[in-house]
Design a protein around this ligand. Structure first.
Ligand SMILES: [Zn+2]
Ligand SMILES: [Zn+2]
Length: 256
């Protein structure tokens, strides 16, 4: 498994304005930056997108990317989302006001559909290419999921925006071969109240979450709010845990 946090700009950096991960070239998690920052040929290779939740920093480049890669010969982009998330995206994004309702347009006989929603159920594994995906719910201010990705004995967990939680770590502890957890660290510890209110993590709460997973698992922190990224990076480093690292965007993690 190759996993890359797609940055908002081309250079490796700690902070991201929005979130996307590219997995093995043809799969992505979230579409915050795909349509803005990824070179066009790389956008065109993506066949499937897993959506953690409907917040704008995770979906804002989706309409743009669809526009960028559309080709009458191309099969529709498959957007895997919980039915509730898909409903929100249809009502509030692809609603013929913010952007054309591409689902309705695609239902017409003479137009090739550009995207299709593929609903998933929580904790029921499904396959995308050669990767087995399991969606696990996490607590956030809207319905939000994490994705367990398994391929050839390798496993990684891409955790959506979350506050402190439990279920996902029970599953992580039982997953053979799990080596990497990509997890958010949005705010510095001094903003703990804000993090609690908005259901995000800080370095201290991330450390407490990590303690729920036994064994040799590396936690890669991402979703550092740009305004606080340097501070959050320092606080994560000060934890002194070699298994907690900060994600640098546009660098590839090879999960074996
Ligand atoms: Zn969010
Ligand atoms: Zn977010």
């Amino acid at each position: 498994l190759k996993i890359k946090l797609v940055g908002s700009v081309g250079e490796p950096q700690l902070s991201q304005f929005a979130t996307s991960f590219l997995i093995d070239d043809e799969l992505a998690v979230d579409a915050g930056t795909l349509g803005f920052a990824l070179p066009l040929p790389q956008q065109a290779r993506i066949r499937d997108i897993l959506v953690t939740h409907a917040h704008l920093d995770h979906v804002c480049s989706l309409p743009i990317m669809i526009d960028n890669v559309f080709d009458a010969e191309r099969e529709p982009l498959r957007v895997h989302a919980h039915p509730e998330t898909a409903k929100v995206l249809r009502e509030h994004l692809f609603n013929d006001r913010i952007w054309p309702d591409l689902i309705r347009i695609g239902e017409s006989d003479d137009v090739q559909p550009m995207l299709e929603f593929r609903p998933f159920e929580k904790e029921r594994p499904f396959w995308v290419g050669g990767i087995q995906v399991t969606a696990i719910a996490v607590p956030h201010t809207v319905r939000c999921f994490s994705f367990l990705l398994e391929k050839d004995g390798a496993a990684a967990l891409v955790v959506g925006d979350t506050g402190p939680t439990r279920r996902i770590w029970e599953i992580a502890a039982k997953t053979p071969g799990l080596s990497h957890v990509f997890v958010e660290a949005s705010f510095p510890d001094e903003q703990a109240d804000l993090a609690k209110l908005t259901k995000h993590l800080t370095p201290s709460t991330l450390q407490a979450e990590k303690a729920k997973v036994p064994g040799d698992v590396t936690f890669v922190a991402y979703h550092l709010k740009p305004r606080y990224a340097a501070r959050v990076g320092e606080e994560l480093e000060a934890l002194g845990d070699p298994q907690i690292v900060v994600a640098r965007s546009n660098e590839e993690y090879r999960i074996t």
